[in-house]
Design a protein around this ligand. Structure first.
Ligand code: ZN
Length: 297
């Protein structure tokens, strides 16, 4: 409950700040932002995803990760890369990688505890928020994506405009298409068909990955031919009419990706600090038997 109060105060602060700018409707929009992927007081989806995926951690660690994850919607309400909005895939992927790099740096064995652990938990939780929003805010699900965007154990991959994501074969739509490339979308179709974007390069077609636009977040990288608003595309809640199945599909992939990010974090910590890195993370774990087997998951 304490977190709710802090969140509420932070939202009020943001509303007041933005209200001074005098843009009608912005305050309401920021209020909605706090509910995205329905953090409390709506459906606690970010909380459930993190708690389910990382149930093997100590309760205190899990609480810190959940608090940091949820607070991202308030503290970074205007940053599209923090939520994979506005087709900013490059920025979103870079932010996940940067937050995880910061978490690894915080685990430097020479850093004093418990401050170092707290810093690592906060940075890692920010990265979890990003990968969770990815599935709710993009058309990954509508395109039929049933695999993770990344299953590597190296740094979270760069998502370069108009490159192909190896796991799904989807092409990242960000900015205007390069020469000899065209985008198609049936604006008049009903959901989920209208969310299907096709990229055609010469005579080869592929699915195009986009995310919804958020007008109060600066920077929109969605090309007009493939552009949809956040309202048209998001699967943040189970109660959005006609999108319940897509919401649960997004939530399931977000949970799997979150669990995978624990493995990536362990690998990156080992790369940086050797056994001291993984030993530090092992102190976060309450039930090792329930932790993922990071070799195979
Ligand atoms: Zn978000």
């Amino acid at each position: 409950m304490k977190n709710h109060a802090v969140l509420g105060l932070a939202i009020m602060g943001l509303a007041l700040t933005v209200g001074c700018v005098g843009e009608p409707g912005t305050t309401e929009a920021i209020g909605e932002r706090a509910d995205e992927f329905s953090t409390s007081p709506g459906e606690p989806n970010h909380e459930e995803i993190t708690t389910t995926a990382l149930a093997f951690l100590n309760p205190a660690v899990l609480n810190a990760l959940v608090a940091g994850d949820v607070s991202t919607d308030v503290e970074f309400a205007l940053l599209n890369s923090a939520h994979f909005d506005d087709c900013n895939f490059t920025g979103g992927a870079a932010l996940v990688a940067a937050n995880q790099a910061a978490a690894v740096q915080a685990l430097n064995p020479s850093n004093p505890l418990p401050a170092a652990d707290a810093q690592a938990m906060l940075a890692f939780s920010r990265s979890l928020h990003g990968v969770q929003d990815f599935y709710a805010h993009t058309n990954w699900i509508e395109l039929g994506g049933d695999v993770l965007v990344s299953q590597s154990l190296t740094a979270f991959p760069a998502l370069t405009p108009y490159s192909t994501i190896p796991s799904s074969g989807f092409v990242i739509v960000q900015g205007n298409p390069p020469p000899q490339t065209a985008l198609y979308r049936d604006d008049d179709a009903s959901y989920p068909k209208y969310a299907i974007v096709t990229v055609r390069r010469k005579k080869v077609t592929a699915h195009g990955l986009v995310s919804g636009t958020v007008d109060y977040e600066p920077g929109d990288f969605c090309p007009t031919a493939a552009s949809m608003t956040h309202a048209e595309l998001n699967k943040d809640k189970s109660t959005i009419p006609g999108r319940t199945a897509q919401h649960f599909a997004a939530k399931a992939l977000a949970t799997r990706q979150t669990r995978h990010e624990w493995c990536r974090f362990n690998q990156l910590a080992h790369d940086a600090w050797g056994d001291a890195g993984t030993a530090r993370l092992a102190t976060w774990v309450a039930d090792p038997s329930a932790a993922p087997d990071c070799i195979t998951e």
